[in-house]
Design a protein around this ligand. Structure first.
Ligand code: PRP
Length: 215
């Protein structure tokens, strides 16, 4: 008998896109699951259990093996650097990680960068040979240059609306972001049949939707 797969799903903006992809892959995920406040959801017909986690924590649940697999943005994977397998590019929640600033920004004395992604930002500026002070914030990052906390920010850009409404400009795009399917290393061996079957179904669904995929 197939074993139940414990799936760490990110709450918030990725969740609906991920559950829609699972449904188009033929997995019976009832629609009311999208609205529930429950955090552990048993889905016996799909052979799964969803664990609804804060996106930034998904790689931690998977690394520790309390979830066999998870869905997470490439931004979080790059920042968290956890010991997990990255199995599949789901091609959803597409956006980019960028350096952003006020239109009149020039290299100056302060060189302070605010971000939710201190590891990504530090690595980027180190590679560029730029000495900056990185300040970690937890949200509304665009505020930092507007009120003088930082000269620039490193943040996600999706539609560009937040930048536009706050008079900021995208200076450099650092990398493209999409959501990825990740797996715990032990689960990948112990539940290989189930995980491979899921990957195949998701891959077919992604291809039939015409989304670019790399495995
Ligand atoms: C993210 C990101 C930007 C915004 C980009 O913030 O940090 O602020 O979305 O999207 P856009 O280009 O479509 O405007 P989020 O909504 O996750 O909230 P946060 O500010 O609390 O991080």
């Amino acid at each position: 008998m197939a074993e139940t797969l414990k799936v760490a799903m990110p709450k918030g903006r990725i969740y609906k896109k991920a559950s829609a992809l699972f449904r188009s892959a033929g997995l019976p995920i009832p629609l009311d699951v999208d609205e529930t406040r429950k955090l552990v959801i048993s889905l016996p017909e799909a052979g799964m259990e969803f664990i609804l986690a804060k996106p930034v924590d998904v790689p931690t649940y998977v690394e520790y093996g309390v979830a066999d697999i998870g869905i997470v943005g490439k931004d979080v994977l790059m920042e968290e650097n956890k010991d997990v397998y990255e199995l599949l590019d789901l091609g959803i929640a597409r956006c980019r990680m960028s350096v952003i600033g006020l239109p009149d920004w020039k290299p100056g004395i302060t060189q302070r960068v605010a971000t939710k992604y201190p590891n990504v930002a530090s690595q980027y500026f180190r590679e560029q040979g730029q000495q900056v002070e990185v300040v970690k914030l937890n949200g509304s990052i665009e505020l930092a240059p507007l009120i003088g906390l930082a000269d620039r920010i490193v943040d996600m850009v999706e539609t560009g609306q937040t930048l536009k409404e706050n008079g900021l400009v995208e200076m450099t795009s650092i990398f493209e972001i999409t959501s990825r399917l990740i797996a715990n290393r032990v689960s990948y061996r112990m539940k290989n049949d189930e995980i491979q079957a899921l990957c195949d179904r998701l891959h077919k669904a992604i291809m039939s939707e015409g989304t670019h995929v790399s495995r």
